[in-house]
Design a protein around this ligand. Structure first.
Ligand code: GDD
Ligand code: MN
Length: 372
């Protein structure tokens, strides 16, 4: 089929879309647009602000700018949070041949964008990364603790994922749009590590160039990065190393479950010590305490992105108690079945425990923490 040619092509897409993921960056957006205008003089560009419905009204401000300047576009995402997902959606909203991602807070040096475009125009690279660590380039926007963590994760990314980048944690890069069109279905929308994900997923095919820059200080507002980043990183490593077979959540769930055994034994010791009558009653109470323990820690860590509170917390606790009781019954059932087949006690016991854990995990994910 030939392409429809009835509609005259009045104004084609610009050459470059700059994606600015933004959460509570209202004060910084006008400055960013101003800086981009200056830095991209002579290049046909647009900016796409991807705001996750920030309470400070970032998207209203971006819309206002956009109503007067067609180069300013805005995606307002409702009911969703996450840097990687915001970047992916922004890139997929572009029809430009080149797409860049950078912080909306002025920490990334926009004067590097023109050089990045030049690299892509030369047709020798598909992905251009702005690196904080080439030629000993250091930044002023980085605390020593974070610099250490960043270097450590860089080493791990290189060793485990074979990603040869000096700065795989960079949030500042530019690529050909086809790259993201191809890779998007395989990328994780969770977490911060969008570049590492792109580089690891497209490792075999991408031609990568790095350019040095100096990481600056934030204009206004505060960083959204916290200890979660370490979790995000572990999650991405695990997913990539096991080809998405092992979910990080399941690993956390099992770790919490292991700690629950400790809670169980401690409760049992106390009940025994104070003389609660009957082992059956002691064991039942200890089991309920362990399930409650697991619930609290799963809610705080395993599902911290969809943590329940208030009434939802109470309802979740009851649901979790019921689900895990069934899990305990199926655990014993499966273990007995294996034991009857050939009585190796530890294979039977382990089989039962795995059955119980998988049941508890799968059902609680579907019932207690639904949105995942
Ligand atoms: N839409 C959206 N949703 N944007 C977000 C979210 C979110 O959930 N979380 C953060 N952002 C935006 C911020 O508003 C900012 O523009 C950009 O993403 C980066 O977040 P910062 O809070 O500024 O992160 P940083 O400067 O501390 O972190 C730096 O290092 C990271 C890894 O080392 C940046 O360079 C990051 O881009 C980089 O990933
Ligand atoms: Mn930043």
């Amino acid at each position: 089929m030939t392409a429809p040619s009835l509609v005259p092509m009045t104004e084609p897409a610009p050459e470059l879309s700059v994606i600015l993921p933004a959460f509570n960056e209202r004060a910084n957006i006008p400055v960013m647009v101003e800086r981009l205008s200056r830095a991209l003089d002579g290049i046909d560009w647009e900016v796409i602000v991807v705001d996750d419905n920030s309470p400070d009204g970032t998207s209203a401000l971006a819309r206002d700018l956009g109503s007067r300047d067609r180069r300013v576009r805005c995606i307002r995402r409702v009911g969703r949070r996450g840097l990687a997902g915001a970047c992916i959606e922004g890139m997929l909203a572009s029809s430009a041949p080149y797409v860049a991602v950078m912080d909306a807070d002025g920490q990334h040096d926009e004067t590097l964008l023109a050089a990045m475009v030049t690299k892509l125009r030369q047709c020798e690279s598909d992905l251009v990364v702005a690196s904080r660590y080439i030629d000993g380039a250091t930044g002023t926007g980085f605390s020593t603790g974070r610099a250490k963590a960043s270097q450590w994760s860089t080493t791990l990314a290189r060793k485990l994922l074979k990603v040869e980048l000096t700065d795989p944690m960079s949030g500042f890069f530019m690529l050909r749009r086809e790259v993201i069109e191809d890779l998007a279905p395989k990328l994780s929308t969770q977490g911060f590590k969008i570049l590492l994900d792109i580089a690891a997923t497209g490792r075999e095919v991408l031609r990568v160039t790095e350019l040095p820059y100096v990481f600056g200080a934030r204009l206004a507002g505060e960083s959204k990065l916290d200890a979660r980043v370490a979790l995000d990183f572990g999650q991405l490593l695990l997913a990539k190393l096991t080809h998405d077979a092992v979910s990080y959540r399941f690993v956390l769930f099992c770790l919490v479950g292991l700690s629950g055994i400790g809670a169980h034994m401690a409760t049992l010791a106390v009940l025994h010590g104070i003389g609660v009558p009957g082992f059956g009653l002691q064991q039942t109470i200890a089991t309920m305490v362990a399930i409650a323990w697991n619930y609290v820690f799963n809610n705080a860590y395993t599902y911290r992105d969809q943590r329940l509170s208030g009434w939802a917390f109470a309802r979740g606790l009851i649901e979790f108690q019921l689900i895990c009781s069934v899990g305990a019954i199926s655990n014993v059932g499966v273990a007995s079945l294996i034991y009857d087949g050939g009585p190796t006690w530890w294979i039977a016991g382990f089989g039962g425990a795995v059955m119980g854990a998988v049941w508890n995990y799968t059902v609680s994910a579907a019932v207690v923490w639904k949105a995942h």
